[in-house]
Design a binder for this molecule. Structure first.
Ligand code: ZN
Length: 138
């Protein structure tokens, strides 16, 4: 087993685990973007969100929902940014689905998810919507 997140789930690699349940394990990011930056991983190895079953995705997000309030309270944060890098080109460095919860404070200097994109679109919104509907089979 070479996946670092699978090894954390198995207890083979130490981590600051903050929560565990039947479907997921939550621990602090070793290179935190802010105090209390938590990563939640499904116990089952899956590389991409689109490879998850609906039940596994629901289980993972239940753990995210359970953690957000306590993380915010514990760090006296004003808000959180919750994000998933899905695929190598997005910056996903470990190919095991993981959700980041990053505490945020007013004036912390970090941007929004919108600020990470240069907004270089090549298609109209209608064209993109039509392509997605077609991919969905509709
Ligand atoms: Zn894994």
């Amino acid at each position: 087993m070479s996946c670092i997140f699978c090894r954390i789930v198995a207890g083979e690699i130490p981590a600051e685990v903050v929560a565990k349940d039947e479907g997921a394990v939550a621990f602090l990011d070793i290179n935190p973007l802010a105090d209390g930056h938590v990563v939640i991983v499904p116990r089952k190895h899956v590389a991409l969100v689109e490879e998850m079953t609906a039940d596994d995705a629901a289980s993972l997000f239940r753990t995210v929902v359970r953690l957000v309030g306590p993380v915010r309270k514990a760090l006296a944060a004003d808000a959180t940014t919750i994000g998933v890098n899905d695929g190598e080109a997005s910056g996903q460095t470990i190919p095991h689905v993981h959700v980041h919860i990053v505490p945020r404070w007013k004036g912390d200097g970090a941007g929004t998810i919108h600020t990470i994109f240069p907004r270089k679109t090549k298609r109209t919104v209608a064209e993109a919507a039509a392509a997605i509907r077609k991919a969905l089979g509709g």
